[in-house]
Design a protein around this ligand. Structure first.
Ligand code: ATP
Ligand code: MG
Length: 248
C-alpha cells in the first residue's frame, strides 16, 4: 500500500481519530441516524478535495492529486445540494462554481444504476478525469427498499458485496478516497443484534476499513465514534455542522 494520502474532513478532531484524515485506498463508512451529518460530511469532502491545504500527501504524490482532482458523487436519495457546495466552498475562499464543476454527480434511482455508476468510474478515469474521491450517499438505501424479506437476503448480500468490491478495487487501483453512508436506526452496539442491520453490517463491515458512527449532540454539535478498525483504537471526536460546513 504505497502512496497513501489523506483528505481532511474539515474537523481536526475527526481527522485525528481517523489517523490524520480520510485515507486513500480504503473505504470509510459513515453510519448514523437521519440528520446526524453523513451527507454534510460527504459534501465537505468534495469541497476539501479542491483545497490543497486539506490534502495530506507526500510532495511527489500531492502533485498528481492536485492535477484537477475530481469527485464522483453517487446520489441515491436526491440529497446532493449544489447550493450547499457553493456555501461550503465560499467559506474556504474557493470559487463555488469551480468547485461544483469538479464534482460529477450521478443520481441513482435503484441499486442497478448505483452499481453501474460505480463500475463506470473506471471509464471516466480512462477518459482522463483525475478522480480522487468517490462518494456513495447512501450505500444501502436502494438495497433496503428493493430486497425485502428473508427470501431476498442472500441476493442482497451478494450484490452489496459485489458493489463494495468494485469500490475497493477503484480505491486501490486509482488511489482514491471512498466514502459510503449508511442510515441506521440504532447505535453500533445495538446494531449487530437486529437481523436487519446484521446483514448489511456484516458485508459493509468486512469491506470498509474505517467505520464511523455519528450521533447528534447539543445544537450543531455531533459526536463521531470510530469502531472496529483493524489498526486504530476505538475513539470519539466532537465536531460541528454550521453554515460554514464541517469543523471543530
Ligand atoms: P439522512 O440519514 O436523513 O440522510 P444525514 O446523516 O445525511 O441524514 P445530513 O443531511 O448530513 O444528515 O445533516 C443534516 C443536518 O445538517 C441538518 O439537520 C442541519 O443540522 C445541518 N445542516 C445542513 N445544512 C446546513 C447549513 N446550510 N447550515 C447549517 N447546518 C446545516
Ligand atoms: Mg443524508
Amino acid at each position: 500500500r504505497k502512496n497513501i494520502w489523506k483528505l481532511s474532513t474539515g474537523s481536526k478532531n475527526l481527522d485525528e481519530i481517523l489517523g490524520g484524515g480520510l485515507e486513500s485506498q480504503s473505504i470509510t463508512e459513515f453510519a448514523g441516524m437521519f440528520g446526524s451529518g453523513k451527507t454534510q460530511i460527504a459534501h465537505q469532502a468534495c469541497v476539501n478535495l479542491q483545497c490543497p491545504e486539506r490534502i495530506i500527501a507526500d510532495d511527489a504524490i500531492k502533485e498528481e492529486i492536485l492535477n484537477e482532482p475530481k469527485a464522483v458523487y453517487i446520489d441515491t436519495e436526491g440529497t446532493f445540494r449544489p447550493e450547499r457546495i457553493i456555501q461550503m466552498a465560499e467559506a474556504l475562499g474557493l470559487d463555488g462554481k469551480e468547485v461544483l464543476n469538479n464534482i460529477l454527480v450521478a443520481r441513482a434511482y435503484n441499486s442497478d444504476m448505483q452499481m453501474l455508476y460505480a463500475e463506470n468510474v473506471e471509464n471516466l478515469i480512462r477518459e482522463g478525469h483525475n478522480i480522487k474521491l468517490i462518494v456513495v450517499d447512501s450505500l444501502t438505501s436502494t438495497f433496503r427498499t428493493e430486497y425485502v424479506g428473508r427470501g431476498k437476503l442472500a441476493e442482497r448480500q451478494q450484490k452489496l458485496g459485489r458493489h463494495m468490491a468494485t469500490l475497493n478495487k477503484l480505491a486501490d487501483l486509482y488511489n482514491c478516497v471512498v466514502i459510503v453512508t449508511n442510515q441506521v436506526a440504532a447505535r453500533p452496539d445495538a446494531l449487530f443484534g437486529a437481523s436487519e442491520q446484521a446483514i448489511g453490517g456484516h458485508i459493509v463491515g468486512h469491506a470498509a476499513t474505517f467505520r464511523i458512527f455519528l450521533r447528534k449532540a447539543k445544537g450543531d454539535k455531533r459526536v463521531a465514534k470510530l469502531y472496529d478498525s483493524p489498526h486504530l483504537p476505538d475513539a470519539e471526536a466532537m465536531f460541528r455542522i454550521t453554515e460554514k460546513g464541517i469543523h471543530d
